[in-house]
Design a protein around this ligand. Structure first.
Ligand code: ATP
Ligand code: MG
Length: 223
């Protein structure tokens, strides 16, 4: 079966500019992600991994180069339309969970569905996802009443609520112990086997075996 490219970047460059310093974080990088892949990005600190993930995830735009999602050029789009695309097609999981402290676990997961106007079945769907991540008993807790591993599962649940085409994860096991990390990775594996594409950054050698493809970055370039 032919695989379909769902996201590609072509000759992307990104330089961070602060007052008097310039950091070229990505230099002429091209990459195509196919449907169903489990891509892992590795590389030393400062090699440009998070910058690359931000570009792929449409969280930041390049200085030059193209980003194509589902055959649509994203760079020329206005920010409002990009935000809609992000909510509808993309899911994100960060190292620090990024949950809203005042909302319960369930409300955190429902939020992205409410934001795209899908409030009718948000609750039902959120509860189903909590079952999938084995956290259905803790839906009414606030993030501060959950362990790190549990908070990360809530973040994963939240990333799934709008049925994203691609899930991006930036070192999402870095704050977890071995047991919780394995649980999170097994969950990613399950989500990937259900057909969702995953692009994930890791520093952990033992996590690389989960990937269907490895991308190694060095000094802003893919090796
Ligand atoms: N907002 C910013 N302003 C200036 N420089 C930045 C900014 N963000 C990142 N950089 C620089 O860009 C380069 C790439 O950073 P990036 O965060 O992409 O690396 P990374 O591979 O994710 O590193 P780590 O493994 O430490 O997370 C680094 O030299 C970093 O210092
Ligand atoms: Mg990083």
């Amino acid at each position: 079966m032919d695989k379909k490219t769902i996201l590609s970047i072509e000759n992307i460059s990104k330089t961070y500019r602060n007052e008097d310093i310039q950091v070229p974080a990505l230099i002429d990088v091209s990459l195509a992600i196919e449907e169903g892949e489990f891509v892992m990005i590795t590389g030393h600190n400062g090699s440009g991994k998070s910058t690359l993930l931000h570009q792929l995830g449409l969280l930041d735009m390049p200085d030059k180069g193209k980003i194509i999602l589902n055959d649509r050029d994203v760079v020329s789009m206005d920010e409002g339309n990009r935000t809609k695309l992000r909510l509808k097609y993309l899911g994100y999981i960060f190292q620090e969970y990024a949950l809203i402290a005042e909302l319960t676990a369930l409300e955190n997961v429902m939020l992205p569905a409410m934001l795209i106007g899908n409030s009718c079945d948000a609750r039902k769907k959120a509860v189903e996802i909590f079952r999938k991540v084995n956290l259905e008993k803790k839906v009414n807790r606030l993030p501060g009443q959950l362990s790190g591993g549990e908070q990360q599962k809530v973040a994963i649940a939240r990333s799934l609520i709008n049925d994203p085409v691609i899930i991006f994860a930036d070192e999402s096991t870095a704050n977890l112990d071995t047991t919780a990390s394995v649980e999170v990775l097994d969950l990613f594996k399950k989500i990937n086997e259900e057909g969702r594409t995953i692009v994930m950054i890791t520093h952990e050698q033992e996590e690389l075996k989960y990937a269907s493809r490895l991308i190694k970055l060095s000094d802003g370039k893919i090796l």
